[in-house]
Design a protein around this ligand. Structure first.
Ligand SMILES: [Zn+2]
Ligand SMILES: [Zn+2]
Length: 383
């Protein structure tokens, strides 16, 4: 169970506090029941029991197995043999492409399109879709649908990279086999109307095959050769290394950040806070927070050593008006959640514990009551 959860029973809350607390508890229970019933329904509808990925040969996507394996061998070779100093211009160029691709994932398909955590004008959406093409991942539609299903059915059969099936499966094994039937079935039920109505997504989706080849492979390789006479071998190896690094940074959010770390915001879910993942995935490692407040455009609290370049970039774009309506939970909802659902390691939990466990006084407000009725339910049960 939860040894660090603050014991609220030692102090008598005021009537107002008690009312809100009860409301919070009953709402929480309601959500919990619905999540549990969704999970059991999900399980009962599965026709076949899950076998380990390696025992269902007919489900394995051999092309992906071979492609991913060769890529990783080449990337390891590149990492140990590339002349970083001599090829400094290619090194910087590779970093820029990697960063742009990363921002297309974190600020684009993730926070903007999957979660609608902020709004962006057409210019910014074009820029983000271009950046996403530089990353060389799956199509925009597939990424967004997979991610919405991941949040709604985390750690169930309908979760594309269900972390209860092990580290390898959640990291990259899920790409090496056919999707579980539940992933496809639940994916069809996800509301996708906003994505289908986005003309930028529609355009990039239509030409995504050629966009990905051009922006992720051809242009990144050709530019160093053409402009500063880079050797073809190094021009290719730098991009292979960049591609594999971006892939593993994204995959780590589904594997490492669902297994190894702290749970200050909600100890009942698998996602955790992981500093290393945050460094490599441009701020996406604060995953316990993100799964608790998926609509927050920052995907973490700010400051306090919580590395998050994606948030700072979105803030910059909001200064010139390209990004707007950036959503964040209210301070009171955040505090209430930390105290009620976190594992007690958050600074705020510690402060409240020092105040003799009196968690009600500073956290319960009318604002909190409003949040409990609206966004809290949404942030737990929806994307
Ligand atoms: Zn996740
Ligand atoms: Zn997410």
């Amino acid at each position: 169970m939860a040894p660090n959860v603050v014991d609220t029973s030692r102090n008598q809350p005021t009537l107002v506090e008690q009312g809100v607390e009860n409301e919070f508890d009953s709402k929480e229970e309601e959500i919990r029941k619905r999540v549990v019933s969704t999970k059991s329904q999900n399980q009962s509808e599965v026709n076949e029991p899950i076998s380990p990925w390696y025992s269902r040969l007919e489900d394995i996507k051999w092309f992906n197995v071979i492609f991913i394996t060769i890529l990783h061998i080449a990337a390891v070779y590149a990492f140990f043999t590339l002349p970083y100093i001599r090829c400094w211009r290619t090194f910087i160029w590779t970093y820029i492409i990697g960063f742009l691709g990363g921002f297309g994932i974190t600020g684009g398909v993730h926070r903007l399109w999957s979660h609608k955590a902020y709004k962006a004008n057409t210019a910014m959406r074009i820029f983000l879709a271009f950046c996403y093409s530089c990353a060389g991942l799956n199509s925009l539609h597939e990424w967004i649908k997979d991610h919405r299903v991941h949040h709604k059915y985390s750690e169930t059969d309908a979760d594309p990279h269900n972390s209860t099936r092990g580290f390898f499966f959640s990291h990259c094994g899920w790409l090496m086999q056919k999707k579980h039937p539940e992933v496809i079935r639940k994916g069809k039920q996800i509301d996708f109307s906003d994505i289908e109505a986005d003309e930028v997504i529609t355009f990039f989706e239509k030409y995504f095959g050629i966009m990905r080849v051009m922006f992720s492979y051809v242009i990144p390789i050709v530019v160093p050769v053409y402009f500063w006479n880079e050797e073809w071998k190094y021009a290719i190896l730098f991009q292979v290394f960049r591609y594999v690094l971006v892939l593993n940074s994204v995959w780590s959010t589904n594997s490492v950040a669902h297994m190894f770390g702290n749970k200050p915001y909600d100890q009942s879910i698998a996602p955790v806070e992981n500093f290393i993942v945050a460094v490599f995935a441009l701020g996406e490692g604060w995953h316990n927070y993100h799964h608790t407040f998926p609509y927050d455009y920052r995907a973490s609290e700010v400051g306090k050593g919580l590395i998050n370049p994606t948030t700072h970039l979105i803030d910059l774009f909001s200064k010139i008006g390209w990004a707007y309506d950036c959503k964040v939970p209210s301070e009171s909802l955040l505090k209430m959640t930390i105290v009620k659902r976190g594992n007690g390691t958050h600074e705020y939990s510690k402060i409240m514990r020092k105040k003799s466990g009196n968690v009600g006084k500073d956290t319960v407000t009318e604002d909190t009551k409003e949040c409990i009725n609206t966004s809290y339910e949404w942030c737990l049960a929806e994307t």
